[in-house]
Design a protein around this ligand. Structure first.
Ligand code: GDP
Ligand code: MN
Length: 419
């Protein structure tokens, strides 16, 4: 979605802009595929949907990677899986079977899923990289992300990697280092070396970390990602540096450049309303207010949120139905807005430039009739080509739709229905 820079002033105050930079999450196993393709060393693994596949995968890990032990890792779009019991070591095929049976299909609750948890549909059968018995492993934290405030990339890193990184960030933030990177210049060699040095490495491990960080940055940069978080990055007992986990946020607005990543979308992991909206080609962002809005064009949508705010309401969503709204898109928009129980009124604000207002009006009427009883008042402001005809259509329809042409009248109607 493009961010309109004009006209909006209140909207920028009330809307958390981060919500508009939409990101697509992918699973750990997919993140690792991407990392590997950029030469980042990873903990190898095979993804499985069933217990049988998991057992086969474990056998293959043995032949391909000589990994006697494997870890069974729940694949869900949330971190903290280890803490919730979604990451388990298996020392033989019986244990693989047992763990895979327990984890597949479970409702995994982690500090990041909320109390209802997330259903596990896939597991990753990964090589055990902590080599049994070895005490010389060390877990680090490394992530690359975008600092929107200054338009630079940051590499965050820490010697205190592993499952307690959140506590480290909260109680000992000085243990998390930051290296800023000018995106035009890219990561410089001295920066990669500084990171490896600050992580306390020397010799072979130092060299490996320089390579790791450089390849990681390249992966982040080339994929147009918003974030690559690797926690833990592991120094193995034989001084390899590998990614044991991968949390990747791809920038949705750049996905058209990466059809193979776009295909990694797992709709089962996403909010059903978001999926429905994207399937209907609607740009939808849920917000926390009480007035739903349906608008064509992102700039007008932002301005509409301003109007709602000025009229004493709070926008319940941002919804841009696009330049060619018809009865079908209007209906899809209605259905999505009405799923939100906080919505007390709906404001439709359409400018008839390419689309004719009377067509939209007919769309609103058809959609209204098809849905049956729309439980909240609707204010319909149609301006532009055939605005007068559109108003007449709505006024004559006998439905509980308030119509307006002028913006001010629409705002007054919002105030009135909320009173
Ligand atoms: P998260 O909890 O969702 O972040 O999942 P991770 O992939 O980071 O795994 C959680 C933890 O499991 C890691 O911090 C490791 O301590 C542990 N773990 C992951 N892979 C292995 C492995 O190959 N062997 C052993 N013994 N532990 C592992
Ligand atoms: Mn992790």
């Amino acid at each position: 979605m493009k961010i309109p820079l004009a006209i909006c002033y209140k909207a920028f105050e009330i809307v958390d802009l981060d919500k508009f930079f939409q990101q697509m999450n992918i699973h750990e196993y997919q993140g690792k595929e991407i990392l590997k393709s950029f030469g980042v060393a990873v903990q190898e693994g095979i993804v499985a949907d069933t217990v049988e596949q998991a057992v086969e995968a474990a056998k293959k890990m043995k032949t391909d990677y000589n990994s006697d032990w494997v870890v069974i890792k729940a694949q869900i779009h949330a971190g903290g899986r280890g803490k919730g019991g979604g990451v388990k070591l298996a020392k033989n095929l019986d244990e693989v079977k047992e763990r895979a049976t327990a984890i597949l299909g479970m409702q995994l609750v982690t500090p990041q899923t909320g109390p209802e948890g997330k259903k596990v549909n896939k597991i990753l059968v990964a090589q055990d990289v902590y080599y049994p018995g070895a005490s010389e492993t060390k877990e680090f934290y490394v992530s690359v992300l975008l600092n929107r405030a200054n338009g630079r990339n940051i590499i965050m890193y820490s010697t205190e990697g592993g499952m307690d990184i959140e506590e480290v960030a909260e109680h000992t933030p000085h243990l998390i280092f930051k290296e800023e990177i000018d995106p035009k210049v890219g990561l410089q060699g001295f920066q990669a070396r500084k990171i490896a040095f600050n992580l306390g490495l020397s010799g072979q491990a130092f060299k490996e970390m320089v390579k790791f960080v450089s390849a990681l940055y390249k992966a982040y940069d080339s994929t147009d990602s918003a974030m690559f978080e690797i926690n833990p990055v592991l120094k193995t007992s034989d001084d390899k540096i590998i990614a044991v986990d991968a949390k990747v946020d791809l920038d949705e607005n750049a996905l058209f450049r990466h059809p193979d990543y776009a295909a990694m979308r797992d709709k089962l992991e996403e909010d059903p309303t978001d999926v429905e909206a994207s399937e209907s080609n609607l740009n939808y962002v849920k917000l926390d207010g009480n007035v739903g809005c349906m608008v064509n064009g992102a700039g007008l949508a932002m301005a509409t949120m301003d109007i709602i705010k000025i009229a004493g309401g709070e926008p319940a969503n941002f919804l841009d139905v696009g330049g060619t709204a018809n009865a079908q898109t209007v209906k899809a928009g209605f259905n999505i807005i009405l799923k939100d129980p906080n919505v007390k009124a709906i404001l439709i604000n359409i400018f008839g430039g390419i689309v004719r207002c009377d067509r939209v009006a007919q769309g609103v009427i058809d959609a209204y009739k098809e849905i049956g009883d729309v439980p909240v008042p609707i204010i319909c402001r149609l301006q532009g080509t055939n605005a007068v005809e559109a108003k007449k259509l709505i006024d004559d329809s006998g439905l509980k739709v308030f119509s307006a042409i002028a913006l001010k009248d629409a705002a007054d109607l919002v105030t009135k229905v909320l009173a």
